[in-house]
Design a protein around this ligand. Structure first.
Ligand SMILES: NC(=O)c1ccc[n+]([C@@H]2O[C@H](COP(=O)([O-])OP(=O)(O)OC[C@H]3O[C@@H](n4cnc5c(N)ncnc54)[C@H](OP(=O)(O)O)[C@@H]3O)[C@@H](O)[C@H]2O)c1
Length: 321
């Protein structure tokens, strides 16, 4: 099968499509034939080893010193079950599913093997593969952080970086939970963010939200330029700061700063099921920046590297159906 392989960290051009062995599902695994995958900000970060200050040595230890030990990136895939191991009972060939191997990556490939009890969920008939996969990265991140931050109905939330993959899902999920949402993005994306349900939008090129005097129950930073030290004066009493991105000093400081909630929390299949159900009911809409064929994965990485994609960048695979 074809897979996108990264042998050393570097610019988008280090990604090469190569022939690699097709995985053979173990007894408890499901083999998914890929129809759509995302290239998300995490894939691009690992490819370039572009990580926040102080994190690089830790990441090299964990991922590989000169290139990723797991050379095929890709966090999530939407596709069709092609085969199942002998012990699998809940999925069968032909099922439409979204799936992930978590931090084992490996989804930028024509086939992906996933444990039956791992990160895998059925896609409702009304959702396309492209839409289903585009809900996952930002959707799981938002659900996890809102859960940890106990975002409640009627609370005010500010989302810094509201038009990216995480931000577009965060705005919609927060509205679904009944929060009053302020989105921060460039003016060009203001209408889109309002259309997703934001009650207010701040154009960061024209206004600094930390100087407005407004206070929020919850602030979520998806860009990294609104750390706790900058936004603490904008938190209401009892407020919580969702530190989606942080450098090493900020991670360490978070261990004693009570309002700060951070980390790289664990994704579960239940979260995928919730997202598919919100997608089916129309409460959550996929936001897709670009759809490209898998053969153009280098171009997809270039788009992600701009830091200004709107929602998700999706790659599709050729199929007769
Ligand atoms: N902790 C975790 O578990 C976890 C999970 C997922 C993602 N992340 C991290 O979360 C971050 C966001 O991911 P993503 O996929 O959503 O990224 P993305 O799609 O590239 O989105 C970037 C967002 O940042 C906004 N932005 C750019 N410059 C800005 C500025 N100066 N001030 C405020 N906003 C600005 C962009 O808006 P405009 O285009 O309008 O400028 C856009 O909304 C990444 O760093 C990723 O690594 C962490």
């Amino acid at each position: 099968m074809k897979a996108a392989v990264i042998e050393r960290y570097g610019p988008p051009e280090v990604v090469q499509i190569k022939d690699v062995p097709t995985p053979v599902p173990a007894d408890d695994e499901v083999l998914v034939e890929s129809y759509a995958v995302t290239v998300n900000s995490g894939d691009a970060r690992v490819r370039a080893l572009r990580v926040p200050r102080g994190v690089s040595p830790m990441m090299r230890l964990r991922l590989g010193f000169t290139g990723p030990r797991q050379p095929v990136m890709g966090f999530e895939v939407a596709g069709r079950v092609e085969a199942v191991g002998s012990a699998v009972t809940t999925f069968q060939p032909g099922d439409r599913v979204v799936a992930s191997r978590g931090f084992k990556f490996g989804c930028h490939a024509e086939h992906v093997a996933v444990a039956e009890d791992g990160l895998i969920a059925r896609i409702p008939d009304s959702l396309s593969y492209e839409d289903a996969v585009a809900l996952c990265f930002g959707g799981t991140t938002s659900l996890i952080f809102f859960g940890m931050g106990k975002l409640a109905e009627g609370e005010t939330l500010l989302v810094n970086g509201a038009s990216g993959a995480v931000g577009t899902m965060a705005v919609q999920i927060a509205r679904h939970l009944g929060a009053e949402v302020t989105g921060v993005c460039s003016g060009a994306n203001a209408e889109l963010v309002k259309g997703l349900g934001a009650d207010h939008v701040v154009d960061y090129t024209a206004e600094d939200f930390t100087r407005s005097g407004r206070r929020y129950d919850v602030i979520m930073d998806n860009h990294g330029n609104a750390p706790y030290s900058r936004v603490k004066g904008s938190l209401a009493p009892g407020g919580r700061f969702l530190q989606v991105i942080a450098d090493l000093p900020q991670m360490i400081a978070a261990t004693w700063q009570k309002p700060v909630i951070g980390g790289s929390p664990k994704v579960t299949a239940d979260l995928f099921r919730t997202l598919m159900s919100l997608g089916e009911s129309g409460e959550l809409k996929a936001v897709i920046d670009t759809v490209l064929p898998f053969s153009q994965i280098v171009e997809a990485h270039r788009r992600v590297d701009t830091g200004h994609k709107v929602g998700s960048v999706v790659l599709t695979f050729d199929h007769d159906d």
